[in-house]
Design a binder for this molecule. Structure first.
Ligand SMILES: [Zn+2]
Length: 519
């Protein structure tokens, strides 16, 4: 034998996600790589005197999950903010914020995050008046779960006075600010209360522990400059042991090109990835760009973040500099525009495989699916959104009506069109098993995949979307030893995937998480 394995894991049910040999029973690991994937006898051949033997006792092993759309650096900066997800009703949210105000010195910020009116009986956005009832001695801001909208109390509104007139600064018929800010205005205002680099650095180790507990071994994280800096510093000290494919916003593109940085720069722990671009907003905030109006708003089809000319210019600059792009597009009109623009951009400067991505890709029609495939574009989707908002009376139906809503997130049609598909959570909430559950058990026929297909999108799909398929995403000898052991079997009881837990998470051959034992 050329050398012993560090660890041999035997007698499991291993789904490798590899095309040719999807099933195995055992793994042998040396250093950070897989030495062998096969039968227990094949793995045991690598067993030497110093090898640790792990009996999987039939447990299911999957490749480590790759969450292909996250905001973990941003999440790390949210320490001290008040979470409003899970509130029973609007009043419950007001009460939670009031409690926070009681322990915050006057003049300070009270920041609430992740409210979702679709989960409240009131079914309406938080208003300035609601938040004035929290406090007028504090600046109170409450961010909607989609991050595309925030509500401000009168004190916070004073701190936003200079933003009046900016797109997304809402006023009523008499011209009085309502306290609702969306898109540009909210984005600008966000910079005034967010934590910054030091806060992100402090919060990231806890975020890594959360990722390990959920079986996430790699992320594609949308980063600001502060987030990118924080990841670099923590990498040096080894405090964030999750592999990061960092996706900087398009505002950083010029600087990256000037610095001569190339996509893929970095190492298996931290890599410079796609350039993140916004085409439209969100359905919740009525800012996703639709071909036909929103239900109940006959003149409102949402909005485009950039004019088509501007969008083409951004995508052209990135493409010509050799960067992959990842463009947020939710509404059918936005998706169509991005596909058309990428066709043009690629025709003008052909490259072998740019693998441009569309993030969310929630409402593609058949023609768009065909053109997406032809242009080599990757669909980066969020199956957890199905569980969160695709049910009867929920956001998709309220904004789109029954017929259009039934076509949301058509994962099955995406795969049938042979479009590369990867799954991410967008942090709403984090947890790949929750997403996989809803990709298997969706509300509509076209949303449903087999457990194998859904797991592939959450593993191999993410590796392909980051040009890392030779390193990870499937369990094959020579690849990184990133894998998870599950409690439960998604192939036997697919209707219970959301309730399953991670037994252990392994990154680069190290066990970074083990479920606490019950005894
Ligand atoms: Zn996002």
């Amino acid at each position: 034998m050329p050398g012993d394995a560090d660890i041999v894991l035997v007698d499991g049910k291993v789904f490798t996600a590899a095309r040719d040999r999807p099933w195995a029973k055992a793994l042998a690991v040396r250093g950070d790589r897989l030495l062998a994937v096969g039968t227990s006898a094949q793995a045991e051949r690598w067993r030497g005197r110093r090898t640790t033997l792990v009996d999987l006792r039939g447990g299911v092993v999957l490749p480590g999950f790759i969450d292909a759309h996250t905001h973990m650096a941003d999440s790390a900066g949210e320490v001290g903010w008040t979470r409003l997800d899970g509130t029973r009703d609007l009043e419950d949210a007001v009460v939670r914020l009031r409690k926070k105000a009681a322990s915050t010195p006057p003049g300070g910020w009270i920041v609430g995050i992740d409210w979702d009116e679709a989960k409240w009986p009131e079914r309406r956005f938080l208003t300035r008046e609601d938040l004035d009832r929290v406090s007028t001695e504090h600046a109170v801001v409450a961010r909607r779960i989609d991050c595309h909208m925030g509500s401000l109390n009168s004190t916070a509104l004073e701190r936003a006075a200079d933003l009046a007139g900016m797109r997304g600064f809402e006023v009523d018929a008499s011209g009085r600010p309502t306290g609702l800010l969306t898109e540009d205005a909210f984005g600008e205002f966000h910079l005034r209360f967010e934590t910054g680099g030091a806060g992100i650095e402090r919060g990231l180790p806890a975020v890594a522990r959360m990722a390990h507990r959920l079986g996430i071994t790699s992320i594609h994280d949308v980063v600001s400059r502060a987030g990118w800096t924080a990841y670099q510093r923590l990498r040096r000290t080894g405090q964030f042991r999750v592999r990061v494919y960092a996706m900087p916003g398009d505002s950083m593109l010029g600087a990256l090109v000037d610095a001569g940085l190339s996509p893929g720069f970095g190492n298996p722990w931290l890599r410079l990835g796609a350039i993140k671009v916004f085409a439209d907003g969100s359905l919740g905030a009525y800012t996703a760009a639709l071909g036909a109006p929103y239900v109940g708003r006959p003149d409102d089809r949402g909005m485009l973040v950039h004019s088509p000319t501007e969008l083409r210019s951004i995508l052209t600059t990135a493409h010509r500099a050799g960067f992959q792009t990842a463009t947020h597009a939710i509404g059918d009109a936005a998706i169509r525009l991005v596909v058309e623009t990428l066709e043009e951009v690629q025709d003008s400067a052909p490259q072998k495989s740019a693998r441009h991505r569309i993030e969310h890709y929630e409402l593609p029609d058949d023609e768009v699916l065909r053109r997406t495939k032809a242009a080599g574009i990757v669909a980066s989707c969020q199956p957890n959104f199905v569980g969160q908002w695709s049910g009867p009376g929920d956001v998709y139906e309220m904004r789109l009506g029954g017929r259009r809503s039934a076509a949301n997130n058509p994962f099955r049609r995406i795969l049938r069109a042979r479009i590369p598909l990867c799954f991410g959570s967008d942090g709403m909430p984090y947890g790949p098993l929750f997403g996989i559950h809803w990709a298997v058990n969706g509300f509509f026929e076209d949303q449903r995949l087999s457990p194998e297909e859904a797991i592939r999108a959450a593993t191999a799909g993410g590796a392909y979307a980051a040009f890392e398929e030779h390193e990870k995403g499937s369990l094959e000898s020579g690849k990184l030893a990133d894998f998870v052991v599950l409690q439960g079997d998604p192939f036997e009881t697919p209707d219970q995937i959301a309730q399953m837990r991670i037994e252990s998470t392994w990154i680069g051959g190290d066990r970074v998480y083990a479920i606490p034992s019950r005894s």
